[in-house]
Design a protein around this ligand. Structure first.
Ligand code: GDP
Ligand code: IMO
Ligand code: MG
Length: 435
């Protein structure tokens, strides 16, 4: 393994439409980290960790929680459903995983309240065939309230008077929308308030100044790992809008969502599957509707870790990935799920797009054009050998090595980590992001 000189802060993020295997890789790298931080998204995320055959799916708690020496933080950019967080913490406790004293949460995290979930649900239903296919967790409505400057944060749930004062006008407004616009049920303010106060009391001891902790840790030379949620193509600004999530999943989110500065980021690890998946609606140029797509879905067990929905599957898209590398300043790539392609006779990579039968340059800047583009492919021979759990790049079959080398060339970033199985120890770190 070659070494990078002393990287102290590493950001791990998805370069596709999510579910690239961020959780597995964060868990692996967290063995070297002092702190692991989530900075955007909410419990729409589902990050799977498999250690010694035991599976754990995390939604809000950072994927450093299984590494006993890591402190886990949730930064201000995360939207938190107090009820969902309590459920997750209870589940962890039930499995003997201690979180008190090991998890800190920013009090200014926007709160996802029951009316956000109700709004998400009725809006999606009203969109009919144009639905985004959200996770139904209230993510969009909660971020909207935050940006509209009427949202509540976790700190507001600690004091009955303060909560009442902020909740009343917000709930009046949302109940009006729910009942008058969507003809749905109103939510009871006193019930929402009482539940929120109970949850606030439960969460109070977790609250901490996350930004301050991060700056102190950085000054002390400690190692910090930032855990992204979702993926680059779901970014609210740079993704396939409107079929995106409501946060910045690209690298800037690590700064705004935690309070560290861009110059404090030493290394960005961009995670990509060896192919592409997407869950929910929206354009997906390399999507496969044939037996190969089905084979990838079955072999890759491509079902959403949060909603259980089938993930759509397709070939690797080097154009979208090259864009993701630039948008995030990716230092190194981590390729996951190479083993899923093991049985295929040939594999394809999208190396360009066409529109109206004509090749186009790069990535369409007009987002409405995404649904009109057709992929242009390069076909490579498959390897048809088992790659599961290999421990070096040289151990791979020749054609798998050719595939990875071509990926690097087309995407414009080197592969630093390779994953060929869901278990923590299945795969290999070629270049250690922390050095
Ligand atoms: P995340 O949201 O990016 O953390 O990814 P998910 O956990 O939602 O989805 C990734 C899925 O792929 C999980 O079921 C992982 O256990 C699994 N996985 C991760 N890496 C590999 C790999 O290299 N090979 C295989 N076969 N499965 C993997
Ligand atoms: P992780 O962190 C994959 C998708 C939803 C939907 C769109 C908007 O596990 O990679 P939202 O509920 O966020 O308003 O839904 O975003 N989506 C994800 N897809 N992985 C995720 O997270 C996702 N989180 C949201 O399916 O298309
Ligand atoms: Mg996931």
């Amino acid at each position: 393994m070659s070494q990078n000189p002393g990287h102290q802060t590493v950001v791990v993020l998805g370069t596709q439409w999510g579910d690239e295997g961020k959780g597995k890789i964060v868990d692996l790298l967290a063995a070297q980290a002092d702190i692991v931080v989530r900075y955007q998204g909410g419990h729409n995320a589902g990050h799977t960790l498999i250690v010694n055959g035991e599976k754990l799916v995390l939604h809000l708690v950072p994927s450093g929680i299984l590494q006993p020496n890591a402190r886990n933080l949730i930064g201000n950019g995360v939207v938190i459903s107090p009820a969902a967080l309590k459920k997750e913490l209870d589940e962890l406790e039930g499995r003997g995983i201690e979180t008190r004293g090991r998890l800190g949460i920013a009090p200014n995290c926007a709160a996802i309240m029951p009316y956000h979930e109700a709004l998400d649900r009725v809006r999606e239903a009203a969109r009919g065939s144009k639905a985004i296919g959200t996770t139904g967790r209230g993510i969009g409505p909660a971020y909207e309230d935050k940006i509209a400057r009427r949202g509540l944060c976790l700190g507001d749930l600690l004091d009955g008077h303060r909560l009442q004062e902020k909740l009343e006008p917000v709930m009046d407004y949302h109940n009006f929308v729910l009942t008058r616009y969507f003809q749905d049920k109103a939510l009871d303010i006193s019930r929402v308030r009482d539940e929120a106060l109970q949850l606030g009391a439960y969460l109070e001891s977790y609250l901490t100044d996350v930004t301050d902790e991060l700056h102190l840790a950085r000054a002390d030379g400690r190692k910090i790992l930032f855990e992204g949620a979702q993926g680059t193509l779901l970014d609210i600004d740079h993704g396939t809008y409107p079929f995106v999530t409501s946060s910045n999943t690209t690298v800037g989110g690590a700064c705004t969502g935690s309070g560290i500065a861009p110059c404090d980021i030493d290394y960005v690890l961009g995670i990509t599957k060896a192919y592409t998946t997407r869950v929910g609606s929206g354009p997906f140029p390399t999507e496969l509707h044939d037996d190969i797509g089905q084979h990838i879905g079955e072999r890759g067990k491509e079902f959403g870790a949060t909603t259980g929905r089938s993930r759509r599957c397709g070939w690797l898209d080097a154009i979208a990935l090259a864009r993701a590398v630039k948008l995030n300043g990716v230092t190194g790539l981590c390729v996951t799920k190479l083993d899923v392609l093991d049985q295929l006779a040939e594999v394809k990579i999208c190396t360009g797009y066409s529109m109206d039968g004509q090749p186009i340059e790069g990535y369409p800047s007009d987002r409405d054009k995404w649904s009109d583009i057709q992929p242009r492919y390069e076909t490579l021979p498959g390897w048809q050998q088992d790659t599961r759990g290999i421990k070096s790049r040289e151990e791979l079959p020749d054609n798998a090595q050719v595939y990875l080398a071509r990926m690097e060339e087309l995407i414009g970033a080197p592969i630093h980590i390779l994953s060929t199985g869901p278990e923590r120890d299945e795969g290999t770190v070629l270049v250690n992001p922390f050095g």
